[in-house]
Design a protein around this ligand. Structure first.
Ligand code: ASP
Length: 601
């Protein structure tokens, strides 16, 4: 879980495979082949995808098929690992220019449907709309903890000289060796974060780049992964939140755009617009008609997001021309690509959030698509002193090494600030680029700690910034359980309002623990939150068993009042009454005996 957070280099990587059994050396990768140039053949009207062709040609290439192994198993890599892959071909195969939002959903659903069978996923895709698909998948695949790589090529595999073989093989090797729990886009030696990537070249082979975010990995003689920038998995179950609302649009400003064009563009059913503005987010502030059209639309509830037409840099309110847009109700898209902004808008609209929440989340980093505001200009950062002294002890000399140490320490610092209720420190770190969900070695996040320690303001801040509410620690504990356990009612309520749920299996063990500890208030809260006090744990021990063994009379009385079964037996055949007698709690034994037979089951 926090593995990536503490790994500073990947030098040890090859060593990991020594001593693995044959089965461990095989990684299963599912390749979803949606279409695109990579599998096309030249026909009378130009290139078109041909069913069955890609799989045939791939299997015939030595790098993809070990002749001594069953079909679809590669020869061992330099790390001694083989990859077993299966190709699921879409019907029809599409040129990606023909793709729509329903195709994104289909890909997401296919990943979901095969999630447990495979270790990683490749999506073979046309390059034209690849950046949109990668961005959309990054939002739809909530709580992703496996590697998903979208790739394709500029020249088809059917050509003697092509880039498809290398792109596919490199992507397969990456997916088969590295746990990078993100949606990535691989092209020409670079593994990019999917929602940061853009197609920049229509004919060159180095067609993709991510101007505001360095590649997650580079493939040369060696593969180097920037682990400190890879998102941490949450340990939660994958969920697909399908994009179903297509009332979004992108408008690229140009000098002389008329009010009537703008009015027409912003008309219903449009609910979300990505405005591609000039430079650092500027638009004509002397055009009253233009600003009025924007204001009227935002007042009607249309969410308009400001992104820059430039490939690098972010929108900022440095110029009056940019500030005018903010005054017209336009939301800042920071350094998001227009592709990421558009798909994020569609995703948030599809989730049914209200306009205020969508605006807020558009400015919040959800999947690494956005650099938090303030992270580039940081005037004070007290935690830095601590980071620097650690760097000194470790003799880190380069800025990169120091940055890596800073990132490695963030989870610990975030958790300790969460537990201490140091909201300023948390703000500083988040503004400085710390991951809101950064987890320590035990998978505990700042939200867990703040919930356990009753830091309401910190919990509220983290939730508003989009921290994961149902994140689990290595013992399966959630922030809601922490809040309940330590009887922080207001926090429990706030967490619930933000979607925290008590899973029944967690509720049982927490109830048993609370009953054993005699924590009546926490037990009540669990029951009030929907936990069923009649359930038992793996050993069939119910909260009543625990309370009776430990001699907590008030808890026993409460459980009887709730109708918890009295005659229930654990896996050794013991009832709560047996427990009370065995531990010499006569008063509790009497209480249990006093329950009429009819009410005992
Ligand atoms: N038109 C093709 C597509 O996007 C281009 C490519 O794959 O490179 O499907």
């Amino acid at each position: 879980m926090s593995r990536q957070n503490i790994r500073l280099t990947v030098q040890e990587y090859p060593v990991q495979y020594q001593g693995e059994s044959m089965d461990e050396q095989l990684r299963n990768v599912l390749i979803l082949y949606t279409g695109g140039t990579i599998g096309m053949i030249k026909g009378p009207r130009g290139y078109r995808p041909v069913p069955g062709f890609l799989e045939r040609i791939v299997r015939s290439l030595p790098a993809f098929q070990d002749p001594d192994m069953p079909p679809g198993v590669t020869p061992p890599s330099r790390y001694g690992r083989r990859i077993r892959y299966e190709i699921k071909e879409y019907n029809p195969l599409l040129d990606s220019s023909n793709m729509g939002m329903d195709h994104w959903v289909r890909i997401a659903r296919d990943i979901e449907g095969h999630y447990d069978e495979y270790d990683a996923f490749l999506v073979l895709h046309g390059t034209d709309t690849m950046a949109y698909t990668a961005s959309a998948l990054s939002f739809m695949l909530e709580e992703l903890d496996k590697t998903v790589i979208v790739t394709g090529s500029q020249i088809p595999l059917s050509q003697v000289r092509n880039d498809g073989g290398d792109n596919l093989l490199d992507a397969l090797i990456l997916a088969g060796h590295y746990d990078i729990p993100e949606v990535c886009l691989y092209f020409r030696s670079k593994l990019l974060r999917g929602n940061r990537a853009q197609k920049l070249d229509a004919s060159g082979l180095d067609a993709f780049d991510s101007g505001n975010f360095a590649p997650l990995a580079k493939v040369g003689i060696d593969i180097s992964v920037r682990w400190e920038h890879v998102l941490s998995p949450t340990g939660e179950r994958l969920r697909v939140a399908p994009i179903t609302n297509s009332n979004v649009a992108t408008l690229r400003l140009f000098p002389g755009i008329t009010k009537s064009i703008l009015d027409n563009f912003l008309r219903p059913p449009v609910q979300g617009v990505v405005l591609e503005t000039y430079g650092a987010g500027n638009a004509p502030d002397q055009r009253v008609d233009f600003l009025r059209a924007l204001r009227e639309a935002t007042e009607r509830g249309v969410v308009i997001v400001n992104t820059t037409q430039c490939h690098r840099g972010a929108v900022a309110a440095d110029y009056a021309t940019g500030a005018a847009l903010a005054e017209a109700g336009v939301t800042s898209g920071g350094d998001m690509t227009p592709e990421a902004a558009l798909t994020k808008l569609a995703y948030l609209l599809s989730k049914g959030f209200d306009e205020a929440r969508i605006r807020q989340l558009m400015e919040t980093n959800l999947r690494g698509e956005l650099t938090s505001r303030g992270s580039s200009t940081r005037f004070s950062f007290r935690e830095k002193a601590f980071v620097n002294s650690v760097a000194k002890v470790l003799a880190a000399t380069t800025q990169q090494e120091k940055d890596e140490i800073e990132r490695a320490l963030y989870p610990v610092l975030m958790c300790s600030a969460g537990g201490l209720g140091d909201l300023d420190a948390i703000r500083r770190m988040v503004d400085g680029g710390a991951d809101l969900n950064a987890a320590d070695y035990d998978g505990r996040t700042a939200l867990h700690l703040a919930a356990a320690e009753g830091r309401l303001d910190v919990v509220a801040y983290l939730l508003n910034r989009g921290a994961r509410v149902n994140v689990i620690d290595r013992w399966g504990g959630t922030p809601l359980q922490d809040a309940i356990r330590h009887t922080h009612d207001a926090i429990a309520q706030l967490l619930t309002e933000h979607g925290a749920v008590l899973r029944s299996e967690d509720a049982v063990s927490t109830m048993c623990r609370m009953a054993g500890e005699g924590n009546l208030a926490a037990l009540r809260r669990l029951v009030d939150n929907g936990a069923d006090p009649s359930l038992g744990d793996y050993d069939g021990r119910t909260p009543l068993h625990l309370a009776a063994s430990e001699g907590h009379r008030d808890v026993v009385a409460y459980l009887i009042e709730c109708g918890a079964p009295i005659n229930v037996t654990d896996r050794w055949g013991g009832s709560p009454l047996d427990d009370a007698e065995r531990h010499g709690h006569a008063e509790i034994a009497d209480l249990l005996r006093s329950v009429p037979q009819a009410n005992r089951q």
